[in-house]
Design a protein around this ligand. Structure first.
Ligand code: NDP
Length: 332
């Protein structure tokens, strides 16, 4: 089967030459292992960090080795009692056509309950990030005015809708195109949204939230974070979830110039890692799947077909070519 290798460490923006699609033999199954034909795999912003050779909360990708990440697929051979041929699973060996792994490291995914791709998106890791980041980390409460950046993406679109469903007084989102802004207001029920490419974020945020915000959910960093610090009210809270605007930076990026406001306003800015919130998973799946069934929560996916387009999909994600979860589909 084919698999994507990292062959050079990108400096700044990754280029297609940093990656190679290689043919690899499928290893023999050991006792307790399964062979999975991957049907979809995830490309995620955090993978950019794994391309750097630095110690972080996830180990870096190794050069000349297959990359990995979330994937869903079908079991096509099994030497484990817990999973049989024909079962579908969620696991961590994406970026390849075939995966061999211990059955214990796979989670059953039922395509009858929800489309398989949702286990990578709205009901998967990005969904839990949104749910936990808003409700637990930002201590969201009814009546809060919430601003979320990256609002048309996988995490952001769910943050805004969960805030609305949980009784936010106002939900504001920012995104990188006028079409995305329209989607936020017309389909996802945001009260206001703006295109951050159309003018300074601080001015656009003030216009969208003249009375200020209680919660900021940061997916972007940079001038978005600075603008949010200015608009946060006293005792406001910010979940620092991602900073995609700096992931390809080659120089240290400036801190928010207004950081001293944190003192007088007694702001709480808190970083998060979704892995710390696994205990919320059952509650999250139950609540969000009910909202999806009732039509109260909507989601989009951008699917790129063919493993050979995997790297293009990842680069497209960094450029904002996705609406909702970016997925590489190997099926049909
Ligand atoms: P998205 O689906 O949101 O895709 C990334 C989006 O980022 C693009 O669609 C693009 O949309 C936007 N973007 C790219 N460059 C910029 C820029 N310079 N300024 C503003 N927006 C930009 O990805 P995810 O939902 O998977 O992830 C969202 C964020 O959450 C990321 O920062 C990610 O690292 C973080 N994250 C953190 C986790 C944690 O545990 N801490 C777990 C999961 C995700 P646009 O067209 O609007 O520019």
């Amino acid at each position: 089967g084919r698999e994507w290798h990292l062959v050079a460490r990108p400096h700044g923006w990754p280029t297609p030459e940093d990656f190679a699609l290689r043919e690899a033999a499928v290893p023999e199954l050991g006792e307790g292992q399964i062979l999975v034909r991957n049907l979809h795999f995830s490309v995620d912003p955090y993978m950019r960090g794994r391309m750097n050779d630095v110690k972080s909360y996830v180990p870096p990708f190794q050069l000349e080795k297959p990359m990995d990440g979330g994937a869903v697929g079908e079991v096509i051979a099994s030497r484990a009692d817990s999973l049989a041929v024909g079962d579908h699973v969620l696991h961590g060996l994406g970026w390849r056509e075939f995966a061999v792994l211990d059955a214990e490291r796979a989670v059953r995914a039922d395509p009858e309950l929800a489309p398989l791709t949702t286990y990578l998106g709205v009901l998967g890791m990005p969904g839990l990030t949104a749910y936990a980041g808003l409700l637990e980390v930002a201590s969201f409460k009814e009546g809060d005015a919430v601003f979320v950046s990256g609002a048309a993406g996988a995490v952001g679109s769910q943050v805004g809708q969960i805030a609305r469903l949980k009784g936010a007084s106002r939900v504001i989102g920012s995104a990188g195109s006028d079409e995305k802004v329209k989607l936020l207001v017309e389909e996802y029920g945001f009260d206001a949204a703006f295109n951050y490419k159309n003018g300074p974020v601080a001015e656009q945020l003030k216009a969208a939230a003249p009375d200020g915000i209680d919660v900021y959910f940061d997916n972007v960093g940079g001038d978005h974070l600075e603008a949010a610090i200015s608009s946060l009210k006293v005792h406001g809270r910010a979940t620092i979830c991602g900073m995609i605007s700096v992931y390809n930076a080659t120089e240290p990026t400036p801190a928010p110039r207004n950081l001293a406001l944190v003192i007088g306003k007694r702001l709480r800015l808190e970083g998060m890692l979704v892995a710390d919130h696994a205990a919320l998973q059952p509650q999250f799946v139950q609540e969000v799947s009910a909202w999806i069934r009732s039509g109260e929560l909507k989601y989009r996916e951008t699917k790129v077909a063919g493993i050979e387009h995997g790297v293009e999909a990842f680069l497209g994600l960094l450029r904002g070519e996705n609406t909702g979860k970016m997925i590489v589909s190997l099926a049909d």
